[in-house]
Design a protein around this ligand. Sequence first.
Ligand SMILES: Cc1ncc(COP(=O)(O)O)c(C=O)c1O
Length: 372
Amino acid sequence: MTVASELNPTARFLMGPGPSDVHPRILKAMATPVIGHLDPQLIAVMDELKDMLQNLFRTKNELTLAVSGTGSAGMETCFVNLLEAGDEALVCVNGVFGNRMSDIVERCGAKLIRLEAPWGQPIDPTAVKQIIRKCNPKLLAIVHAETSTGVLQPLEEIGEIARDAGALFLVDAVTSLGGTDVRMDEWGIDAIYSGTQKCISGPPGLAPVSFSPRAMQAVEERKTKVRSWYLDMTMVRKYWQGAKRVYHHTAPISMLYSLYEALRMIFEEGLETRFKRHRRNHELLREGLEELGFEFMVARSYRLPMLNSVRIPEGMEDAPVRQRLLDEFNIEIGGGLGDFAGKVWRIGLMGCSCTVNHVNMLLAALRRIKGG
Ligand SMILES: Cc1ncc(COP(=O)(O)O)c(C=O)c1O
């Protein structure tokens, strides 16, 4: 057998829906020595991680940790722990990730109730109020930043509606966390998950999650075991909490280092400064794209700064232009998904990929391509 050649991928400017650019400091952290998963030095790193994640989610929840796996593992963790067969779950759907939540609810054997809104529009709290009167859901689930459409969903009012109806409030913060404000405790969120490869700007592979005491009570009151062994929070938490840690599965040590460094960088910059940077560069991109004839898919008041969803203009072809961006300029942007496939481009400005230089580079490349 011939030995495969050495890895040598071309560095890209990652301006799609994720992953985003990973800072050399984070890559360097991943190259530090791997130690044992119960080594006191690693436990100290995990305690710091927990602390930084609590600050990022703006929560005091004791059960705040990083699940081994990507954002979808975080999604599955929330649902499999909170739902038992026969429970009702109300899922708001206005894009790909509401659909993925629905799929997981059904796999849990729970009864799925879907509240849909057209792609590119937010979920209307009045519609939530109306539907929740007609059912008795154990939880209400919603996506904060719908990466497939570019909608930023206001959460506070819907959280209140869930609480008044006695339902747990479950939020997907995969694309929002680290790029815009997420206030878990203030907004009454009971379970939340995210991913490392978007605005946290680390490599994909971990899913920060947090469960409120109310959510953990629901987990503890289950009549049946959590259906996933790997994601069972009643077991995983014994590895992340308490004076004596209990082995559950071997932690992805180097990934934990990467998240540690990424979070350190976030708090060095400061949350407010970071959120402002995302808004400012979004405005810069918007001006440039509009000059080039692009139209945004989402109304201004619900637009995500970190994921810009724009209609592909006449005269530009979807796949060939994206291929030229990659081949000639080393820039990756995202195509449309589902209802938006072939019609829309998704331009990410997330974490380390959210700089004035990234914006100017992409605009210059698009101008060159448009000019022929
Ligand atoms: C809003 C949202 N939820 C969930 C996911 C799933 O995350 P992952 O692809 O890391 O499993 C994504 C990924 O793009 C996302 O954008």
